[in-house]
Design a protein around this ligand. Structure first.
Ligand code: SF4
Length: 412
């Protein structure tokens, strides 16, 4: 099986726990690509960096995670896929998805040549489906422009869809031993508490401070192990709830702990007044027992996923049926509304169950609306709020594979 860049180990000889596996990585590391400007770099650091990272690495050697599937043969491609899956999703949930994905798409070329439906089906249940679409598009781009090889510089990796500075740094440090800091949600939490960084980490000035810290604390050697250690520390000890400070290697000089304010950091996102939208979600069943579903457009909210047909909040669902399906609804049942918050608006979902007349309801809207058999529903990719709705109403009877989101890896 030819996997890109599988010719030999990367540089970083002292990084024994996360032995990288690509010769091209070694070339990039030798060429000094690790030197990058970060937002806010150049500020002074009130901390002995060497003492800090040594404690982290000593803890990692003993208590860190060393046998995750992507740590075995950590090629850039495998680490990239794992990092994307780990955004917003915890390790134990990701492992079976990762193994299935790698078994079906062992190389960038395999992923690039696959159909988007197959990629989405392997992702179904993992949530945040834009990640799968981005991976697929990025693999196609790598195939077209880079001969199927994974790029080796931070700038090139960051150009891939769905990859920001932290994910790019994680891939190149974990797979290639390059020295790049990372700043995922776990690392932000550890640093915010240890240094008592005031302000919400999503705020530009706070983020800049955190990048400065991360940059200054990342060692020249064993950068991959250090980054993995910081992620492990945040996921297993410096957790959101009930952190295990008594076992933490950073407890002796942790400012939040010294002040008894651990749970006050990182500061929460300030409350926002999001605009509200409402839509009716139609549960339509035909006389063959099939459900009418709508495939969302490839871009935008829930892009490419399956959902229910929507009707404007001020339109009567029976009129909608007449206009779009040419049939009459003889019973209309309004079900309790529920809310879902997106980053930029709040959606009020008003489910409506409709019973159609005997006439056949014709679907005449291309491929976006399809009658689906109930037994096929569990195989389709639904957005989480729609899957919850269908499950709660007994439409989706199979167990929904919902990723648990403890200690999520916040996006870049
Ligand atoms: S001492 Fe507690 S709060 Fe401070 S870094 Fe360690 S786990 Fe986090």
């Amino acid at each position: 099986m030819a996997r890109e860049g599988a010719a030999g180990p990367c540089v970083a000889p002292s990084d024994t726990l996360m032995e990288p596996s690509s010769e091209v990585c070694a070339q990039a590391a030798r060429s000094g690509v690790a030197s990058v400007d970060r937002p806010g770099s150049g500020q002074s650091l009130d901390l002995d960096a060497a003492d800090f990272y040594r404690r982290v690495l000593t803890w990692f050697d003993r208590f860190g995670r060393h046998d995750l599937p992507w740590q075995r043969d950590p090629s850039p491609y495998r680490v990239w896929v794992s990092e994307i899956m780990l955004q917003q999703t915890q390790v134990t949930t990701v492992i079976p998805y990762f193994e299935r994905f790698m078994s079906r798409f062992p190389t960038i070329g395999d992923l690039a040549s696959a159909g988007v439906d197959e990629v989405m089906a392997l992702w179904a249940g993992l949530g945040y489906y834009a990640r799968a679409r981005n991976l697929h598009q990025a693999a196609q781009r790598l195939s077209d422009r880079h001969g199927g090889r994974f790029p080796q510089t931070l700038a090139e990796v960051q150009e891939l869809p769905g990859v920001g500075p932290s994910t790019a740094g994680a891939i190149l440090s974990l797979a290639c031993g390059q020295r790049h800091p990372i700043l995922d949600g776990n690392v932000k939490r550890v640093l915010s508490r240890h240094r008592r960084i005031d302000g919400w980490p999503g705020q530009a000035s706070v983020l800049s401070r955190l990048w400065t810290l991360a940059e200054a604390l990342t060692p020249a050697e064993r950068a991959g192990a250090y980054n993995q250690a910081m992620m492990d520390l945040g996921a297993t000890l410096c957790t959101r709830g009930r952190p295990g400070c008594e076992r933490c290697p950073l407890a002796t000089d942790c400012l939040a702990l010294a002040q008894g304010q651990v749970m006050a950091y990182p500061r929460p996102r300030p409350p926002r007044n999001l605009p509200r939208r409402a839509a009716q979600f139609l549960l339509l069943r035909n006389h063959q027992g099939e459900w009418l579903l709508e495939r969302r457009p490839p871009t935008g909210i829930w892009g490419g996923l399956w959902s229910l047909p929507e009707c404007a909040a001020d339109e009567h669902p029976a009129d909608w049926c007449q206009a779009h399906l040419g049939t009459t609804a003889i019973q209309v049942e309004n079900l309790p509304a529920r809310r879902h918050t997106f980053s930029h608006f709040e959606l009020e979902m008003r489910p409506v169950r409709l019973l159609l007349t005997d006439e056949t309801a014709i679907v005449a809207d291309g491929n976006s609306w399809v009658w689906q058999r109930p037994e096929d529903l569990p195989e389709l990719g639904f957005p989480a709020p729609v899957a919850r709705l269908l499950h709660d109403l007994g439409v989706l009877k199979a167990q929904i594979r919902r990723p648990r989101q403890l200690a999520p890896r916040q996006r870049d």
